[in-house]
Design a protein around this ligand. Structure first.
Ligand code: DX5
Ligand code: ZN
Length: 227
């Protein structure tokens, strides 16, 4: 029997990039082993911080050689879905807590031609996704309270990863499990072992001495051997 190693997808969060000069950071991600650009959109209402909007997203898209994984931390995300599509999002993630009509929003995202993700705040139980699970491409488990980079990983997320893996199996969903917040070179292997498919990393990548090498370290986590 041949053993295969499944490695996680790595999505550096541009929230921690150099906003005075984004191009070198975009090129670093292009040339690294990263899989996606993680783009954090904050509106100062859903979260207590404001990040960036369409002009920055479009500028990154112009130079990005990899898909944009856009994480909306905004109220009423359904109002802006075509705009995010036009700005270059390949995967659009909305927060469960921000969507009254999540089913409608998920289908609208997919009809526009994007992959659809749902993010859960640390306090939101995984089981609440049971009836939408089969229709979504990704679940983003927030491992910090959203709004800021550089926070500490909340250990209970590991329990939620395992619960989500079970729910994915029960609902025969193809959704990927993405972990966002406080992921670093000290905890990534534990997170992948628990069942994560995608690692988002902001400060641990961009504040490191060699960001491309840090991405390579995260990418080479082992998710166990498969028969
Ligand atoms: C937090 C954002 C994250 C953030 C992660 O609200 O959703 O994507 O950029 O940053 P780090 O990796 O520094 O915790
Ligand atoms: Zn994010």
């Amino acid at each position: 029997m041949k053993a295969k190693i499944k490695t996680p997808l790595v999505a550096p969060s541009m929230l921690s990039a150099n906003f005075a000069n984004l191009l070198p950071d975009i090129e670093m991600v292009n040339q690294s082993q990263a899989d996606w650009f993680h783009m954090d959109i904050m509106d100062g209402r859903f979260v207590p911080n404001i990040s960036f909007g369409f002009p920055v997203l479009e500028a990154v898209k112009q130079h990005a050689a990899k898909p944009l994984d856009v994480h909306l931390m905004i109220v009423e995300p359904e109002k802006y879905l075509p705009d995010f599509y036009k700005a270059g999002a390949s995967l659009l993630t909305v927060h469960y807590e921000a969507c009254t009509h999540l089913h409608r929003t998920i289908f609208a995202i997919k009809e526009l031609g994007m992959k659809a993700g749902v993010a859960l705040n640390p306090h939101t139980p995984v089981i609440l996704l049971q009836d939408i699970m089969a229709h979504i491409d990704l679940v983003c488990l927030m491992s910090v309270n959203p709004g800021f980079g550089g926070q500490k990983f909340i250990p209970h997320t590991l329990v939620k990863i395992r619960q989500l893996r079970q729910l994915i199996q029960e609902t025969q969903s193809a959704a990927l499990i993405e972990i966002d917040g406080g992921v670093d070179t000290g905890n990534f292997q534990t997170i992948v072992n628990a069942g994560a498919d995608v690692l988002v990393a902001g400060s641990s990548v961009f504040k490191s001495q060699n960001p491309a090498a840090t991405i390579a370290t995260l990418k080479n986590a082992h998710a166990g051997t498969l028969a």
